[in-house]
Ligand binder design. Structure first.
Ligand SMILES: [Ca+2]
Length: 287
């Protein structure tokens, strides 16, 4: 083999080695990327599992017999107070809300609705329109009440749907009520329910912010009692449980469940991904 041929072979070998190195490097980069993706997915699954465990923990606290001590910090308040604890996987934040402390979209009367909407800072003219539209949305007839809205008003507003003329099945349907702005809907969501089935709210489990909103909307003095039509005792049986988990690696997941307790256990009415987060502090007690 001449020197020229040897040089050509050497060049080909060098090129091949270079090519293989590039392929190998690409493989390593791809594998690293896959490993990172798998690690992220695994961490997210840990976060979801931890959040689901938070719902189970809350259910245990809600169903354990009185005066037992199956879990630490028994007797959680049910007005949305935040509870936090830590595990080996990460931190857990849980809120328990008694649905009896919220305004029921199907059972509340016009005066309570009006106070709720007015307390949100809505203009008085709009308060009357929204209250009437909400009542027309759920009543079975198609005759608009004064200031109300039935099919004709929805079509005139350019909407391609009509009032439901039936009970609200989820609070999401509130967004369909004529003239309900997205921002007002977002502000109302934490304070309304379809599970209380009571005309009024139970002040002992209502979120303090809701009591302030209603007091403001109804023009009640700070020391004035709520009118009787605003008050109904809770059945203490249906709860929203929100559990936010943050793993040590930084993944977050929030579970939002609505559960009804019965003599034999519980029924899950809703099981959704939530959007409430909390800052997880150092030094939390063990869950
Ligand atoms: Ca109607």
């Amino acid at each position: 083999m001449g020197e020229k041929q040897s040089g050509a072979v050497l060049l080909v070998v060098i090129l091949l080695i270079g090519l293989l190195s590039i392929i190998a490097l690409g493989f390593v980069v791809t594998m690293r990327s896959h490993v990172k993706l798998i690690a992220n997915s695994t961490d997210r699954i840990h976060a979801e599992s931890l959040a689901n465990s938070g719902v189970s923990l809350a259910l245990l606290k809600l169903t354990e017999p009185a005066n037992t001590n199956l879990t630490a910090n028994t007797n959680w308040a049910k007005d949305g107070v935040m509870y936090q604890c830590s595990t080996e996987v990460g931190g857990l934040t849980v809120w328990v809300e008694d649905e009896g402390g919220k305004v029921d979209l199907n059972s509340a009367g016009p005066v309570l609705f009006r106070s709720l909407v007015a307390g949100m800072g809505v203009e008085l003219d709009s308060v009357d329109l929204l209250t009437a539209a909400l009542l027309d949305f759920r009543d079975i007839d198609d005759d608009p009440r004064p200031n109300g809205a039935e099919e004709r008003e929805y079509l005139a507003a350019g909407l391609n749907y009509s009032p439901k003329n039936a009970r609200f099945e989820t609070i999401d349907e509130l967004a369909q009520v004529l003239n309900m702005s997205p921002s007002l809907y977002t502000k109302l969501k934490p304070f309304v329910t379809v599970h209380s089935r009571r005309a009024g709210i139970d002040q002992s489990v209502a979120p303090p912010a809701l009591l302030e909103i209603i007091r403001s909307g109804a023009d009640l003095q700070p020391d004035a009692l709520f009118p009787n039509e605003f008050i109904s005792p809770s059945t203490n049986s249906t709860f929203t449980i929100i559990a936010h988990a943050r793993t040590i690696s930084g993944s977050n997941f929030t579970r939002r469940a609505i559960v009804s307790l019965n003599g034999n256990g519980y029924v899950i009415n809703e099981w959704r991904i939530g959007n409430r987060n909390a800052v997880v502090e150092e030094g939390l007690p063990q869950c």
